[in-house]
Design a protein. Structure first.
Length: 492
């Protein structure tokens, strides 16, 4: 990364990611006005907002616009040096083919293993380790979600205070069940997702299940009382669990970015990628996801596959995604979102380059299909849609016990089943949402921290949060979203 200028907030500052890039992004919080003179660069021809790209040289119509040393698009018109380069002035490249890709050509091992790192977790009989001790209540059908919501409030208020070793009671809300063609093609995805979520290590090896009302109950209150009696039996068992020292290798970390901006690939995601490599070196399991946001970087991923089988699995999942888009008669341009574009991301190619960085440099040791559980260590690709909540739901099913979520737009995202560490891409966002963001990665852009320093900070933060020594803001506010199932099957 080449910070083209430094100094106080009045000094024009832009960030170029690679020496061969012909654009840079504006780092100043309020953007730069027309006429602002870049250090060793052109004067701006027009106002350019923070995070948006400015042309460093003249770019001819049809010529590639390069960021991350990748052609993120082609100039739709002649763009003189100093121009604001946005989505309206770019033509998006066609997606790369899924044939002829490099296979396991760049999968060298990381630096030596990291030893001696641990956290305080809850051991389960199957060998997994939780970061929280939760009573989870799930449903067989969405019809009883209101019942469970009512019961959870009563259990939390009336029963939970008696069991100090239980962190919380959570309802695993979803909208699946009645009226669904369960024998339809691919209907097994939401079914196995719900099943595997119930086995999440944070639930102590089991969940409560609430189905349609028992006809033996007379009245709503009798039904709730029955649920509470069952809940108390589970709470008594969970309360016997105690935290104990566990190696860092027992962690299962899910990574995701939502509400991304142009700084995501400059600050938060590179730091998270560094932390991801540290976790892999410590023997942990780390998952990155989002088919939409890796599709345009498929060659980077297949090259990092641990072997040809992993590369083929990656290609198969992304090929399925291509077919999914084709069946719906849409293309990948639906992502980037309006918020992404306001934050400086012109299209999905640019967004993909910044998203993939959070996977670090480790070899990709396996692929987890949607709704399946992860069964190996190291860096895994968990195939999910890009939707924040569907991605989080599928990573829960894969066995995630800790979540790290980077954001440039301040997405108020949270999960009840696992602690979520929120990482702001910009210091201005971290200041504005000081009681929602746990880590300020914007310090990298201002020179107050390096990627490596923030990566180590994130690594230690994860260990502290996993141990219960630190509670995230989403936990403090109980800022939780419902589960969102990926359901490609038709509904009757």
């Amino acid at each position: 990364m080449d910070a083209r200028a430094a100094g106080n907030l009045e000094t024009p500052r832009v960030i170029r990611m690679h020496a061969d890039d012909n654009v840079a992004i504006v780092a100043n919080e309020f953007g730069l006005p027309a006429g602002a003179q870049l250090l060793l660069g052109p004067a701006l021809r027009e106002h350019v907002p923070q995070g948006h790209k400015v042309g460093l040289v003249d770019i001819a119509k049809g010529a590639p616009v390069r960021r991350y040393n990748v052609a993120i698009g082609y100039a739709a018109q002649a763009l003189p040096a100093g121009s604001w380069i946005n989505e309206h002035r770019l033509v998006m490249p066609t997606p790369p083919a899924l044939e002829g890709l490099p296979i396991a050509t760049r999968n060298a091992p990381l630096a030596p293993p990291l030893e001696g790192f641990s956290f305080e977790g809850y051991r389960n009989s199957d060998g997994s380790v939780g970061t929280r001790n939760l009573l989870a209540i799930t449903t067989t059908v969405q019809c009883v979600s209101g019942v469970v919501e009512h019961a959870v409030r009563r259990i939390r208020d009336e029963l939970l205070p008696r069991y100090p070793n239980v962190d919380d009671v959570v309802g695993l809300e979803h909208i699946y069940g009645c009226g669904v063609a369960i024998d339809a093609p691919e209907a097994e995805i939401p079914i196995r997702t719900l099943r595997n979520i119930s086995f999440n290590p944070n639930f102590g090896g089991g969940t409560m299940v609430v189905s349609l009302q028992d006809p033996s109950h007379v009245g709503f209150d009798a039904m709730i009382s029955s649920i509470m009696r069952t809940a108390e039996q589970h709470l008594q068992a969970l309360d016997k669990r105690k935290r104990e020292t566990c190696p860092a290798s027992a962690l299962v970390v899910g990574m995701q970015c939502g509400g991304s901006d142009a700084f995501s690939g400059v600050t938060a995601n590179p730091a998270l990628g560094f932390a991801s490599d540290l976790l892999v070196r410590a023997g942990a399991t780390v998952m990155f996801s989002e088919n939409t946001e890796v599709r345009d970087g498929v060659a980077q991923l297949t090259a990092r596959a641990a072997n040809a089988d992993v590369a083929r699995a990656l290609i198969a999942e992304l090929g399925w995604y291509d077919s999914y888009l084709e069946r719906a008669s849409v293309d990948r341009s639906a992502n980037t979102t309006p918020g992404n574009k306001k934050g400086g991301l012109s299209n999905i190619v640019e967004k993909a380059m910044g998203s993939i960085i959070k996977s670090g440099t480790a070899p990709i040791s396996g692929v987890v299909p949607p709704g399946e559980r992860a069964h190996r260590k190291g860096l895994l690709y968990a195939a999910t849609p890009a939707s924040d909540f569907i991605c989080g739901t599928l990573q829960l099913a894969a066995g995630m016990t800790l979540h790290v979520f980077t954001t440039g737009r301040g997405t108020p995202y949270g999960l009840a089943a696992v602690p979520v560490i929120k990482v702001a891409t910009r210091s201005e966002l971290a200041r504005r949402w000081h009681d929602l963001m746990d880590v300020d990665a914007g310090r990298i852009a201002t020179g107050r921290a390096t990627i490596e320093e923030l990566g180590w900070e994130l690594f230690h933060t994860m260990l502290d949060v996993a141990s219960g020594r630190q509670r995230t803001w989403t936990e403090k506010w109980k800022l939780y979203n419902s589960l969102a199932l990926f359901n490609p099957a038709p509904v009757t």
